[in-house]
Design a protein around this ligand. Structure first.
Ligand code: OGA
Ligand code: MN
Length: 300
């Protein structure tokens, strides 16, 4: 396996890896270490089917089945479809507006995600170049670069994250197909508190864990002060040197770190420029510290 860093703040290509065979313990460790270090790993030219894709993702942790989503591969509720395609009757075949705004997947959930894995089946092209890029920001670097007084101010604090915040932003956009969340859906996704600074399980370094998509307020302080601090943190995240963009090609398998990055899908393509991604959300359900030290066999 060869890992080639992008030379930017995030991003690396993983080459010469055969997904047809199960990842060995050593390979798993190498990939996890690279994920913590580079945040977004692209395995180009992958041809595996839905079952192999799900099996690959499941090596890293349990897969989420999203309750608010009705689009998944047949027989694979854990493999979501992101697409702007429609069937011959004009019905959407996938979720067509996923991730359009800066966020971190599953930060609204008590059990957080380790990584999201997307496998590109169709990529919109214009004038020989792909459109519909996915952007990432480096939350290890964002934390490191905070002024000391801000680090002290946020250390030990939690913030409330709410699934409905991002849902409502998307629902109120012109042309949205999203309905209001039902009480049942709301009950399944109650707001949760998350530490603002957390130790990344793959790097043992601190990351800034807050995102404009889901973070509502800092717990236990005045709302106006909370607004001021969150506004500061979100603007700080926008620094150009924290940004990395993945430009897609068909066959790319992109795995990104959902603890040490925030991301955003750029919707700059048209309905007649098809995009189709398989998606699996890997929950942070394993003891990664132990996995990195002893391999999967060492896990209880
Ligand atoms: C997601 C997401 C981005 C994209 O799947 O959670 O944000 O570019 N996707 O499709
Ligand atoms: Mn997302």
């Amino acid at each position: 396996m060869k890992i080639i860093p992008s030379g930017q703040t995030l991003g690396a290509q993983v080459q010469d890896i055969d997904h047809a065979t199960a990842l060995s313990n050593d390979a798993l460790r190498t990939v996890l270490t690279a994920l913590g270090k580079h945040g977004a790993l692209c395995f180009p030219n992958q041809t595996f089917d839905t079952a192999a894709f799900a099996a690959f993702a499941r090596r890293f942790g349990d897969l989420e089945v999203n309750v608010a989503n009705k689009f998944h591969e047949p027989d694979f509720p854990e493999v979501m479809i992101l697409s702007n395609r429609t069937d011959p009757a004009g019905k959407p075949v996938g979720l067509n507006d996923a991730g359009q705004g800066w966020h971190t997947d599953m930060s609204y959930s008590k059990d957080i995600a380790l990584a999201n894995v997307l496998h590109a089946q169709a990529v919109p092209m214009r004038n020989g170049k792909s459109v519909g890029e996915t952007q990432f920001r480096n939350m290890h670097a964002a934390y490191d670069e905070l002024p000391d007084e801000v680090k002290h101010k946020i250390e030990g604090h939690t913030a409330t994250h709410d699934f409905e915040k991002f849902w409502e932003v998307m629902r109120l956009r012109p042309g949205s197909h999203r309905a209001r969340l039902t009480n049942e859906q709301r009950r399944k996704k109650p707001p949760v508190s998350q530490p603002l600074v957390r130790i990344h399980p793959l790097t043992a370094r601190k990351v800034l864990y807050a995102n404009p998509g889901y973070t509502m307020w800092i717990d236990g302080i005045e709302r106006s002060e909370s607004d001021t601090i969150l506004d500061y943190l979100f603007r700080h995240q926008e620094r150009a040197d924290f940004l990395y963009a993945h430009h897609w090609a068909v066959g790319d398998l992109l795995m990104w770190d959902n603890i040490g990055t925030v991301h955003n899908a750029v919707a700059d393509y048209m309905p007649n420029e098809p995009r189709y991604m398989r998606r699996a959300q890997v929950m942070a359900t394993l003891d990664y510290t132990s996995l990195l030290q002893h391999g999967r066999d060492g896990l209880a």
